[in-house]
Design a protein around this ligand. Structure first.
Ligand code: OGA
Ligand code: MN
Length: 218
């Protein structure tokens, strides 16, 4: 599917993302962030040395496990210690505020990591959150791959949510494309690519801490 731009929102995609999330549960926006910020993030992720990446895991906390049948990418959590990451977190913070203001989502925090898929790496069909566990509500993926060609592969495939019948949505991981979707509703997978594939994956969370159970992000 081609990303769609709504001319009403050309200068500021945050409201368009909110509108698309409300209408379809999915938003796909090309050139979503300022290109200098995208380039700075791309430079940083491609220059990180391998030791800063860890094999990705599935599940949270004590249930966390490596599962090389499910996913084979490597990740590096973003803590906001470099200028590009500080700018990225400022950008996602303003998106969080827009989603809360326009959709009353009550999003409380954001966590994100760089991801590196080597040629052939994949992430099989999965959900980012499970209904009722109320942690991750909105998934965000930003692609950092200048010059991605249609036959390089590595598409994100978003499957229809329960009760919807349509073809899966395939997203090309082109530089600057930002995808947001409701974490509990859309099963998705990452297809293997022919080249190194870089992205940031992040999640807006609601606060599920209680007096007897603290539930911090990561
Ligand atoms: C994830 C994920 C999608 C992508 O990290 O959970 O689904 O296109 N990433 O990188
Ligand atoms: Mn996912």
């Amino acid at each position: 599917m081609q990303p769609q731009i709504d001319s009403r929102h050309l200068t500021q995609p945050h409201s368009m993302i909110a509108t698309q999330l409300a209408d379809r549960g999915v938003s796909i926006v090309p050139n979503a962030i300022p290109s200098e910020l995208g380039m700075a993030l791309w430079r940083e992720v491609t220059e990180l040395d391998d030791a800063q990446f860890q094999a990705a895991k599935i599940g949270r906390q004590r249930l966390e496990q490596h599962n090389r049948f499910t996913r084979t990418d490597s990740i590096c959590w973003i803590h906001g210690t470099s200028a590009p990451c500080i700018a990225w977190l400022a950008w996602t913070e303003s998106l969080r505020q827009t989603l809360n203001r326009e959709l009353f989502m009550g999003l409380f925090s954001f966590e994100s990591h760089y991801a590196h898929y080597r040629p052939g790496d994949f992430y099989k069909r999965h959900l980012d959150a499970f209904r009722g566990e109320a942690n991750r509500l909105v998934s965000v993926v930003l692609y950092l791959n200048p010059g991605w060609q249609p036959d390089d592969g590595g598409e994100l495939v978003l499957y229809p949510r329960d009760g919807e019948i349509h073809e899966p949505i395939k997203v090309t991981p082109s530089f600057g494309t930002l995808v947001c979707f409701l974490s509990e509703e859309f099963p998705h997978e990452v297809l293997p690519a022919k080249r190194d594939r870089y992205s940031i994956a992040g999640w807006f969370r609601v606060n599920t801490s209680t007096a007897s159970r603290v539930d911090p992000p990561r």
